[in-house]
Design a protein around this ligand. Structure first.
Ligand code: GSH
Length: 255
């Protein structure tokens, strides 16, 4: 039987017990970090973490030991060592669903009710499709080797369109009452649907959106603040998950 691990796989990864997270302090990593920190607070849940320096000269995510775990060469991933054989989950939003379904027994961050849970899935899918607008906007406006004005204005407009959809949902314009969170009856409940989108939305300034443009989304701004105030979220975006700050957790096969 082929193994998940090779001789090259860092010890911290292959000897991990329980749930092991491989991440870095980026918006996609933060989604999963938030859920795990929330579960720690709600249930005392424990897991272990490894960090990858994504910008290293010879980055680990492109090496065989990592591609064996995630052919998409991206973080975050989780490895559930309570399964036999250990089970890997890639794609941050799929990881939120897997962890919520397996760890959150009381459905604190999801719903028993299939109709409300469908809203969670709808908003996760919405954001899975919307997020690339923001990441492409960031790449074309910050990293592209040449300026392509058409691409910048296209992705910027599509990012603002996505923000507008979230604003419409939260404003309650068509339901008569504003909502606190994306999914669930009434004002909604804080769930993985919010955790999946929040790390990108909170970074609106870095995306180049102006205060004036953002002022058109007052309910979205309140939602960003509401989630930012949670202690688990504060821990999830702390330097603990930053490979430049927490060297002890960094895994590398470089000599
Ligand atoms: N759709 C993936 C995207 C993951 C992703 O793009 N991760 C970035 C960091 S935010 C990454 O690993 N980049 C490393 C690289 O591109 O080499 C997810 O949601 O998990």
């Amino acid at each position: 039987m082929t193994s998940l691990y090779t001789d090259e796989t860092p010890k911290a990864v292959k000897e991990a017990k329980g749930l092991h997270l491989i991440t870095e302090q980026t918006p996609n990593g933060k989604k999963v970090q938030i859920l795990l920190e929330e579960l720690k607070e709600a249930y005392g849940f424990q897991w272990t973490t490894s960090l990858l320096n994504l910008d290293a000269p010879n980055p680990e995510q492109n090496k065989d030991w990592y591609l064996r775990l995630n052919p998409n060469a991206r973080i975050p991933i989780i490895i559930d060592n309570t399964q036999t054989p250990p089970f890997v989950v890639m794609e941050s939003l799929a990881e939120l669903i897997y962890i919520q379904e397996t760890v959150d027994k009381d459905n604190i961050f999801g719903f028993d009710n299939k109709v409300e849970q469908s809203e969670v899935v709808q908003w996760l899918f919405f954001w899975a499709a919307g997020q690339p607008m923001q990441s492409q906007n960031n790449w074309f406006s910050r990293s592209a080797p040449e300026k392509v004005p058409f691409a910048i204005s296209r992705f910027r407009a599509r990012t603002l369109e996505m923000y507008g959809v979230l604003e419409l949902r939260l404003s309650g314009r068509y339901t008569g009452a504003p909502r606190d969170f994306l999914a669930g009856k009434g004002k909604g409940k804080y769930t993985i649907a919010d955790m999946g989108a929040w790390p990108w939305l909170r970074a609106w300034k870095r995306t180049g959106i102006s205060e004036e443009e953002m002022a058109k989304f007052p309910h979205l701004l309140d939602w960003i603040t509401r989630i930012a105030e949670r202690p688990a979220v504060d821990r999830a975006i702390s330097s603990f998950y930053d490979s430049e700050e927490n060297l002890e957790l960094v895994v590398s096969t470089e000599k």
